[in-house]
Every structure is written in structure tokens, then in C-alpha cells.
Design a protein around this ligand. Structure first.
Ligand code: ADP
Length: 723
């Protein structure tokens, strides 16, 4: 059996054949307002009870798309009064609603009143004024007791934002209705049927009798003015003591943005002309609201853009992300309004700004986030505790968080924090526990909401995403410039390689020739040369040997290759012994070279570390040879860097002037006081290069004529060692 169709009783609803006007269905009224019983009507045609003059008027004004409105004044056998027929063409049938006409509450032409009202709405300079005026005007023009504007939010709640009422009505301002109060189907229908009136909660709905087509059924159930209200409306009116309810939808950008609801304690109907008036007012109001919203949004966006641009500018100029995002006039807190704390992880360092949880707690949140939610997407919540129980006592700083990954590989991210905002919400309804399941009862109830922060808006998430994009862009650019520098460096190294190859091979042979012939000259013709000749020959041989030394050093610099490194744990003492054994003339020098007894092992490549110690010790020996009691010491500073022991090689020789400490590791750099000592200025550059390959660092302390102490560590292979 097809379900019955119910309609409101203020109108007589008829379905007739379009041509013969034979009545096929009718609303069954016990009411004698229309002077005919349903049974009687079903067997007749419109001709039987509507004057022919009216019928021909109907036929003249029928339209496929618009209803025809025809007046019916004091018809014979009817309850005296003014009636009108609202006639819709539905296929081969007509759906006719015969309704009493209502006299407007105020005198004067209503078209002129409508004009005035729309002009007044248009003149309001902001959204709040507009909506308030809308409520007041609707009450006045239609004589309703109360008008409210409700606005829908992102999560389908509806909140009363504006209201006007006659004395003695309950205020509903700020009251919230949940999704169930205005169900989805109802919201959908409000999008197309923008005005609806339910006239009388005292009177029962009436049934349509007779047969109707599916098309007519849809019209009667969903589009006719007399269509039945949903059960929430009925329950609302019953619970709150009102009899008539009407709504006007406010549709903005194709979405149901809000509705104006009109309530009246006593029942009254609103006729076709009044509904048309409401429809026009609704349209004007929604246009103006859209304009104000748009304008408000633009203004906010402009301010937000200014903040954003200044912050971006700062980030672009800063030396680090932390400096750019947290240290300038504008910070990451200004970017996301209503956020008192933020943490940034960049370059392996965590920086907190504003009101944030303790570092340990931040680490707990981040570990959980990156493991459970994923470290590569923006994520936010206004109820962290719900997701992460460990955050239950962090509500005063981190009831809500917004996570923004910047560079996943480098573990760079920003995390904004919001504290709990305790909010008391008045709900306009509650679940009816005594009635039918799922039914709402409309008594107000208050609930205080704990553990929630202010929600993160779509705009704010968008702003965060913008920052992510920008940082990635800037960082990418920097990377690009680093890549460019690397390329230049590589080219320089390639040049150097070619040069060293030339030094090693092409120049070596002629040099060897010079040396050999100088040696022959020295051995076989020395006596014939005379004193000046012998002196010149000596200088030639000395220079040739210096040049060989230079070439050897340069070549060894070039032979250092990180890929060939084999890291081992090595005894310093063994290394030093080996170095001393190999150093020519060491025994002749009579210099003490001591190695600390308590000295940890070093991690690194044996051959490369031998080069390090060879250079440092031979320099120490060389540059302290003239000291009164020359002494060289190799030891452990007692200090650890990055978990690795820091060693030193110290002497009491000529020292290095302080202003030259920084550049002494540069290639070919020699100190100003080293003129009398042989050297190439390559050794320390080589040492530094090897130490860097070992992820360590070398530096020095030195004072002229007091001595020099080189300190260094290798950063590989010693992770497990205690700090
Ligand atoms: P060189 O072959 O000239 O010794 P290095 O690169 O080994 O080249 O050292 C660079 C310069 O650093 C030296 O020329 C010298 O001026 C200074 N230097 C290095 N070690 C010492 C030291 N132990 N005492 C004083 N000066 C030193």
C-alpha cells in the first residue's frame, strides 16, 4: 500500500484532470469551511462548485512553470470570506490549493512596503545590522511573535545568532541546535523551497483521498504550500508552546548558510502573496549577507596576507628557520591567530616560543604524531586528549595542536599549541529518552565543554599549508644555491687534480733531471767549480729538494679520498710510535715526545690518521726545535665532543700569532713568524681535510713564543662511548 499523503488543513487541496477538471483526489476535511465532503467532491468536477467565471479565469492563466492565482470571493455555499485558488500544472493534472486570503496586518500598499523593506536591508552597513533588521522587519510586517536567524557551521550545528521578538517570548539567542534537529533531508529541501509556513499546530493534518500520480505525490509531499512539516517542527512547537512556524532560507554560494525562523504563539496562516513577499525578502537578505561576508572575508584576508608577507620576508632573509619564524617582529604565532604557543624543530634543534608544553612532553606528542598519524601531512585537532591519552594533563597548553611538516627527511616541522577553552553551550534540544527512539525534545539544556581548544579553521589550515609551501620553496632555493657552489667546488677540485697530475708526473721528470745532473756536477766536477760555483750548485740542489717536498705534499693532499676510508679503533700510542719511527732525524733532535698514559683510543682510518699525527708531530718538533727545553706532548683533553674524545698535540715552540689562527688551516698558509723554517703550508690543510672526512673538527690554542696546542676529535665510530 502506498503511504498516505498528509497536508495542512488551512487549505482545501484538490487534484483534477487538466482538461475535464474532474476531481481525482482531495484533502479530507471534517471542516465545513468549503461546504463539501470529500466523498461528494471525488465524484464531481470543479464546475460543480466553482463559478464558471472563475474557471475560465483559471484556464486563461494556466502556465507550465508558474502557479496561476485566481480569486474566489464569497462563493455560494462556502463559509463567507475571500479565497484564492493556487493552481499548478503537473503533467496532465492540476494541483489546486484553495486557501483563505489574509488581510495584511498593516494598512497601505504592500508592494510599496516590500520596496521600502528591501531598500532598508540594502542600506545596512554590516552583516549584524542586516540580520537584526531582517528579524525586526519580518515580525512587524507579518505580525509574528519571534524571529530568529540561525547559522549553520562546518559541522552542521546551527546556532541562533540574531533575534527579534515581541515582549513575553523566550530568548533563543546563542542557543545551539544539533544536526538531528534540522535533519539533512530538511536542509536539502530548504535549498530549493526557500519559504515554508506551517500554520496551525492545534489542528490535525488531513489525508489526501483518491488516486494520485507519482509526480503529483512529489508535489504534494515536497513542494506544495500546504505540505506537512517534519516531525521535529511539530515537536518543537508543542514543546515550546507555539502554534505557527515559518522559515525563510538564506542560501549563499549554493549552500544553506542559515535560515530565518518565525514563530507565533497563536495559529495563523500566511497566504500566497505573503509567502511571495517573504521569498523576495529572503533573496535580498541572502544577497546582502553574501556581500557582507565576502567583504568581511576580504578584509580579514588582507590583514592575514600582510602578516604572512612580512613573515615570509623575514624567513627569506633569516640565517635559519628559527630566526625567521620565531625571532622577528612577526612570528609564527601571528600567522595562526588565537594561538599562544609554537614549537619549531629545525637543524636538529627544538625551539619553543610562547606558551608551550615542556620539551619532554612535546617530544612525546611528536613521537606519537609521526608514528600514528604520519610525519608528512598537516594534521590538527582541538581535542588532543581524545587521540593521545598521554596528553590528558597538557590541556592548559596543548588541548589542541596543529602539526605542519616542513621537511620530513630533515625532521623539520612546526607545531602550534592552543590551551583549553572552557565553554558553556546552551542546546535547544535534547534526546527524548521517554519517547520514540531518535526523537528530540525541545527543552533547553546547558553543557560545559572541557578539554577542547578553539577549533582550527579551514582558513588557518590553508595558511599553514601556504607556509609549508613557502619554506620548501625557500629551502629548495638555498639547496639549489648550495648545489651550485658544490659544482664550482668540484670544478675547482678537478682543476686541482689536473694540476697535481701535472706536478706529479710532468714536472717530476724534469725536476729529477735537474737533481741528478746537479748531483753529478757535485760529485764529479765539484773541485773544478771554485767557491762561487760550489755555492750556486748548493742552492740549486737545495731548491730542487724543496720542490720535491712541495710536490709530495701536494700530491698527498690530492690522494685523500673519503671512499677509501676504513674506520677502526686505534691506539694513539701505537700511532705515535709509528710516526716517530718514520720521522727522519727524530733521534737526532733530542726532543722529548710524550704520550699521556691514560688516553682513550681513537676511531678512524689508520693510514689517514698516521698522516694527521705525522704532520702535527713533525710541525711540533720543527717549530719548537729552537726552544730552550723543547717538549712535545700528545694527550687526551678529558673532554668529549659528540660523544668522541678530544685529543691534543702540544709543543712549547714559536707559537702562531692570534690573528692568524683562523686561516692557518688554509692551503699554503704559513704564519708570519715561520720564515726561517722550511715548509709548504700544505700539511695543516691536509690534516683538516682528513679530520673533516672523519666528521670531526680541529682547532688550536697558541701564543707566540709560548707554544701551540692543536686539539681535534674524529666523529666516527664512537657512538657507544660514554659522554
Ligand atoms: P708547513 O709545511 O709550513 O709547516 P703546515 O700546513 O704544516 O705547513 O703548517 C702551516 C703553518 O702553520 C706553518 O707554516 C706554521 O706557520 C704554522 N704551524 C703549524 N704547526 C705549528 C706549530 N706546532 N707551531 C708553530 N707554528 C705552526
Amino acid at each position: 500500500m502506498t503511504p498516505q499523503i498528509l497536508v495542512q488543513s488551512y487549505a482545501l487541496v484538490l487534484v483534477t484532470d487538466r482538461d475535464t477538471l474532474a476531481i481525482k483526489a482531495v484533502s479530507a476535511h471534517s471542516d465545513d469551511q468549503f461546504g463539501r465532503s470529500a466523498e461528494e467532491l471525488l465524484g464531481s468536477t470543479l464546475h460543480d462548485f466553482v463559478p464558471e467565471k472563475v474557471i475560465s479565469e483559471i484556464q486563461d492563466s494556466l502556465s507550465e512553470n508558474f502557479p496561476a492565482i485566481v480569486k474566489l470571493i464569497d462563493p455560494e455555499g462556502w463559509k463567507p470570506g475571500n479565497y484564492q485558488l493556487v493552481v499548478r500544472t503537473v503533467g496532465a493534472e492540476l494541483v489546486i490549493e484553495i486557501e483563505p486570503r489574509r488581510t495584511w496586518p498593516h494598512a497601505g500598499d504592500y508592494a510599496a512596503r516590500l520596496n521600502d523593506f528591501t531598500a532598508e536591508l540594502e542600506a545596512q552597513s554590516d552583516l549584524d545590522d542586516l540580520l537584526e533588521r531582517l528579524c525586526e522587519g519580518l515580525i512587524y510586517h507579518f505580525d509574528f511573535d519571534r524571529a530568529i536567524v540561525i547559522q549553520f557551521d562546518d559541522i552542521q550545528n546551527a546556532t541562533v545568532t540574531h533575534q527579534a521578538q515581541k515582549p513575553g517570548q523566550t530568548s533563543l539567542l546563542n542557543v545551539r541546535y544539533v544536526e538531528k534537529d534540522i535533519p539533512m533531508v530538511e536542509r536539502k529541501s530548504q535549498l530549493t523551497e526557500t519559504v515554508y509556513v506551517y500554520t496551525d499546530n492545534e489542528k490535525a493534518l488531513v489525508e489526501i483521498q483518491g488516486e494520485v500520480s507519482d509526480e503529483v505525490r512529489t508535489v504534494l509531499e515536497a513542494h506544495s504550500a500546504a505540505r506537512r512539516p517534519n516531525r521535529n517542527i511539530l515537536r518543537f512547537l508543542t514543546d515550546s508552546g507555539y502554534s505557527t512556524l515559518s522559515y525563510i532560507s538564506l542560501v549563499i554560494d549554493g549552500k544553506l548558510w542559515g535560515s530565518v525562523y518565525l514563530h507565533n504563539r497563536n495559529s495563523f496562516y500566511v497566504d500566497y502573496q505573503m509567502r511571495a513577499f517573504m521569498r523576495v525578502i529572503g533573496r535580498v537578505a541572502q544577497q546582502r549577507a553574501a556581500y557582507h561576508l565576502h567583504y568581511r572575508r576580504l578584509r580579514m584576508q588582507k590583514t592575514a596576507n600582510e602578516v604572512r608577507d612580512r613573515l615570509y620576508d623575514q624567513v627569506a632573509k633569516a640565517n635559519s628557520l628559527a630566526e625567521g619564524l620565531l625571532e622577528g617582529d612577526i612570528t609564527a604565532l601571528d600567522l595562526i591567530e588565537g594561538t599562544p604557543g609554537v614549537a619549531l624543530c629545525s637543524d636538529q634543534e627544538l625551539t619553543c616560543f610562547g606558551t608551550t608544553p615542556e620539551v619532554n612532553d612535546i617530544n612525546v606528542i611528536i613521537d606519537w604524531l609521526q608514528k600514528e598519524i604520519g610525519d608528512d601531512k598537516i594534521w590538527s585537532t582541538d581535542q588532543l586528549k581524545e587521540h593521545l591519552p598521554a596528553a590528558h594533563d597538557l590541556t592548559d597548553t596543548a588541548a589542541g595542536i596543529l602539526y605542519l611538516p616542513l621537511d620530513t627527511a630533515a625532521n623539520q616541522w612546526v607545531l602550534w599549541f592552543r590551551p583549553e577553552t572552557v565553554e558553556t553551550i546552551t542546546y535547544g534540544s535534547q534526546a527524548d529518552i521517554t519517547g520514540v527512539e531518535g526523537e528530540r525534545s525541545y527543552e533547553m539544556t546547558s553543557e560545559t565543554c572541557y578539554n577542547c581548544s578553539l577549533p582550527w579553521t579551514q582558513d588557518q589550515l590553508g595558511t599553514a599549508q601556504g607556509l609549508q609551501w613557502f619554506v620548501q620553496q625557500v629551502v629548495m632555493e638555498r639547496y639549489a644555491s648550495v648545489r651550485h657552489s658544490n659544482k664550482l667546488l668540484r670544478e675547482a677540485y678537478e682543476d686541482l687534480e689536473i694540476f697535481s697530475y701535472a706536478v706529479g708526473h710532468d714536472l717530476r721528470a724534469p725536476l729529477r733531471g735537474i737533481s741528478s745532473y746537479a748531483d753529478i756536477l757535485h760529485e764529479e766536477y765539484n773541485n773544478q767549480l771554485g767557491d762561487p760555483g760550489r755555492q750556486y750548485l748548493h742552492i740549486i740542489r737545495q731548491n730542487a729538494s724543496r720542490m720535491r717536498l712541495f710536490m709530495d705534499d701536494l700530491l698527498s693532499l690530492n690522494r685523500i679520498d673519503r671512499r677509501q676510508m676504513v674506520v677502526n679503533q686505534l691506539s694513539i700510542r701505537n700511532l705515535v710510535d709509528r710516526v716517530l719511527r718514520d720521522l727522519v732525524n727524530f733521534d737526532d733532535q733530542q726532543i722529548a715526545c710524550e704520550v699521556h698514559r691514560e688516553i682513550p683510543d681513537i676511531h678512524g682510518d689508520r693510514n689517514y690518521l698516521l698522516i694527521v699525527f705525522t704532520n702535527l708531530i713533525s710541525n711540533a718538533l720543527k717549530y719548537s726545535a729552537e726552544a730552550r727545553e723543547p717538549r712535545v706532548e700528545v694527550g687526551f683533553t678529558g673532554e668529549y665532543r659528540d660523544g668522541c674524545p678530544v685529543f691534543y698535540v702540544e709543543d712549547n715552540g714559536i707559537g702562531i700569532p692570534e690573528d692568524q689562527h683562523d686561516r692557518i688551516f688554509d692551503l699554503f698558509a704559513r704564519s708570519s713568524n715561520s720564515g726561517d723554517y722550511e715548509g709548504t703550508g700544505i700539511g695543516l690543510a691536509l690534516v683538516q681535510r682528513i679530520i673533516r672526512f672523519h666528521e670531526g673538527r680541529i682547532w688550536l690554542e697558541s701564543e707566540v713564543d709560548r707554544g701551540t696546542k692543536f686539539m681535534f676529535y674524529t666523529g666516527v665510530g664512537c657512538e657507544e662511548q660514554a659522554e
